[in-house]
Design a protein around this ligand. Structure first.
Ligand SMILES: Nc1ncnc2c1ncn2[C@@H]1O[C@H](COP(=O)(O)OP(=O)(O)OP(=O)(O)O)[C@@H](O)[C@H]1O
Length: 235
C-alpha cells in the first residue's frame, strides 16, 4: 500500500429514520489493495458501499478519494473520478447485447477509450459478445455487471456479494479475475459472506457489526476475535 491511501472513510455516520446504520466507520484502502468487508446480515456492508459510490449521502464524516472529499458528489461524478461498483443483483440491460452493455457503460466513466475487446476477454464473455444479456446465466450476468464497471475505468471497484449462488468453479474464476484487477492497480472493496472465497483473494478484512467497526486485520485473526464471534452468533 502506498503512503497516501486512494480511499479514506473518516468517521462516517448514516441513519435511516431512527435507525443508526453506520456508526463512526473509518478505514483506508490503497491502490491495488483488496479489502474484504464482512459482517452479519444488516450490519451495514451494502450501506457502506452505497455511501462510497454516492447512492446514499453520509449524515456525518467524510469520504476522501484521491486526496479530495467526494461524499457530496452524485454517482455519475464519482464514476468519472474512478469509483464504480457491482450490485448484489446484477444490473445489466437485458435487451441489449453483451457488447452493447459494455459500450454504454463506457460513456459514463473515466475511460472514454475503453477497450471493449479486452474487457470481454477479462470477463470471459467474448464468445457471448453478440448475445442478449438477458440470455446469460446468473454467473455470466455477474461477470457482465463487473465488465460494465470496468468499462468506466475504475481506480476503486466496490464488489457487492458477487459470490452468492455460484458454484466452486465459477467462484474460482471470479477470484482469479479480482486478483488480476488488483494486480493492475485497481483497489477493491469486496463485500462477501463466503469467507473461503475472501480468504483466497485477500488477507485483510474489515468486520462490521450493527454499523460499527468491530475488527480490521487478517481474516484468520478476525475469526478468533471475541467481539466478531459474538456478532456472528448474535451474542
Ligand atoms: N434505503 C434504506 N432505507 C431504510 N433502511 C435501510 C436502507 N438501506 C438499508 N437499510 C437498513 O440498514 C441496515 C443495514 O443494511 P445493509 O444492506 O447495509 O446491510 P448488509 O450488511 O449489507 O446486509 P446483508 O448482508 O443482508 O446484505 C439494515 O437494517 C437495513 O434494513
Amino acid at each position: 500500500m502506498s503512503s497516501e491511501p486512494l480511499l479514506r472513510l473518516e468517521g462516517v455516520y448514516k441513519r435511516f429514520g431512527g435507525h443508526a446504520v453506520l456508526n463512526d466507520v473509518s478505514f483506508a484502502v490503497g491502490p491495488g489493495e483488496i479489502v474484504g468487508l464482512v459482517g452479519p446480515n444488516g450490519s451495514g456492508k451494502t450501506t457502506t458501499i452505497n455511501v462510497i459510490s454516492g447512492v446514499h449521502r453520509a449524515d456525518a464524516g467524510a469520504v476522501v478519494f484521491d486526496g479530495r472529499p467526494v461524499h457530496k458528489l452524485p454517482t455519475f461524478r464519482l464514476a468519472r473520478l474512478g469509483i464504480n461498483r457491482t450490485f448484489q443483483v446484477p444490473k445489466v440491460f437485458r435487451d441489449m447485447t453483451v457488447r452493447e452493455n459494455i459500450e454504454v457503460a463506457a460513456h459514463f466513466g473515466r475511460a472514454h477509450d475503453a477497450d471493449v475487446g479486452a474487457i470481454l476477454a477479462d470477463i470471459d464473455l467474448a464468445a457471448q459478445a453478440d448475445q442478449l444479456a438477458g440470455s446469460l446465466t446468473v454467473n455470466q450476468q455477474k461477470l457482465l455487471d463487473l465488465g460494465r464497471a470496468l468499462a468506466t475505468g475504475p481506480k476503486l471497484l466496490l464488489v457487492d456479494e458477487i459470490g452468492a449462488g455460484l458454484n466452486p468453479a465459477e467462484l474460482g474464476g471470479i477470484a482469479t479475475l479480482l486478483q488480476k484487477l488488483a494486480a493492475r492497480g485497481i483497489a477493491l472493496i469486496v463485500v462477501e459472506h463466503l469467507l473461503d472465497f475472501l480468504n483466497r483473494i485477500t488477507a485483510r478484512v474489515i468486520v462490521l457489526g450493527a454499523g460499527r467497526m468491530l475488527f480490521e486485520g487478517p481474516l484468520d485473526a478476525a475469526s478468533r476475535d471475541p467481539e466478531v464471534v459474538a456478532a456472528f452468533i448474535g451474542g
